[in-house]
Design a protein around this ligand. Structure first.
Ligand SMILES: Nc1ccn([C@@H]2O[C@H](COP(=O)(O)OP(=O)(O)OP(=O)(O)O)[C@@H](O)[C@H]2O)c(=O)n1
Ligand SMILES: C[C@](O)(CO)[C@H](O)COP(=O)(O)O
Length: 237
């Protein structure tokens, strides 16, 4: 796919935005027979809804989907490429995808928007909101949702204490950082890092929190499929 020059960086160098969609998980918590991203939701594979949102954002120059080695279930489609370089963890899949982007010619300063295949309810408007908020930021940032419920800490199945929910956010995706910075952060990240922002935080930087949407949830549990289906169908009526 040709890379499109999308916007002007303050230094006047061309800035490009790439989407990286880790889709190499097995979906163990979803309780489905196969990986959840291939389940049918509102008439299409779950991951196809995710990809449609990104391919509709015109300033995104390329969309790269990372699947597990040997996985041939991802359909080919317009506007995205599939590479079978998934790793044992989400962070490894993202790191391998970043290396692939570099191999394809993406530059160190290009922005990368990493987004879970399993967040199939993201909208082009939400993606644009993140880009608009971060494009002049020195660090980058993520969509996130302020905590709505009271927060409990558990000990042996009982409440040990109630934590303050003030200034607490649930991290969503996309999470948007410069390519080389994110590569460095993931190289240095401790095992078990569960999102890009925490790798960036670990090197001493403070990602920007950009309000997302409660509808941008990650399909994780069996009951999430029906909810995703209902939301998607409500958008087409
Ligand atoms: N080794 C991995 C693990 C996860 N992912 C991707 O990271 C996203 C978020 O992960 P999660 O929701 O945890 O998906 P799974 O790992 O598939 O689910 P589970 O943890 O229930 O097994 C998903 O789109 C998933 O496909 C990935 O690319 N490579
Ligand atoms: C990246 C993420 O979706 C932000 O909330 C989340 O950390 C993914 O975690 P998982 O353990 O892969 O479900």
């Amino acid at each position: 796919m040709p890379l499109i020059l999308a916007a002007a960086h303050p230094s006047h160098a061309p800035v490009r935005y790439h989407a990286l969609i880790p889709s190499a998980g097995t979906g163990t918590r979803a309780g489905t027979a196969g990986p959840k991203q291939y389940e049918s939701v509102a008439g299409r594979m779950l991951v196809q809804h995710t990809l449609e949102a990104f391919t509709r954002v015109k300033r995104i120059a390329s969309v790269l989907v990372v699947v597990a080695p040997g996985d041939e279930r991802m359909p080919a489609g317009d506007g995205y490429r599939v590479v079978a370089c998934g790793g044992a963890t989400r962070a490894a899949s993202v790191a391998n995808g970043l290396a692939e982007l570099r191999a394809q010619g993406a530059k160190e300063d290009d922005w990368v928007l990493v987004h879970d295949a399993a967040r199939c309810l993201v909208t082009p408007q939400q993606i644009d909101r993140l880009i608009d908020a971060c494009l002049t930021d020195d660090v980058g940032g993520l969509l996130a949702q302020p905590l709505a419920d009271t927060l409990k800490q558990e000990e042996a199945g009982r409440v040990a204490q109630t934590l303050s929910r003030e200034k607490k956010w649930l991290a969503q995706t996309p999470q948007m950082f410069r390519l080389a910075l994110l590569q460095k952060a993931l190289r240095e990240a401790a095992d078990g890092v569960t999102d890009e922002a925490s790798a960036i935080e670990a090197i001493g930087l403070k990602p920007l929190l950009v309000p997302g949407s409660a509808q941008n949830f990650k399909v994780t549990w069996p009951e999430d499929f029906a909810l995703a289906e209902a939301v998607l169908r409500s958008r087409t009526t």
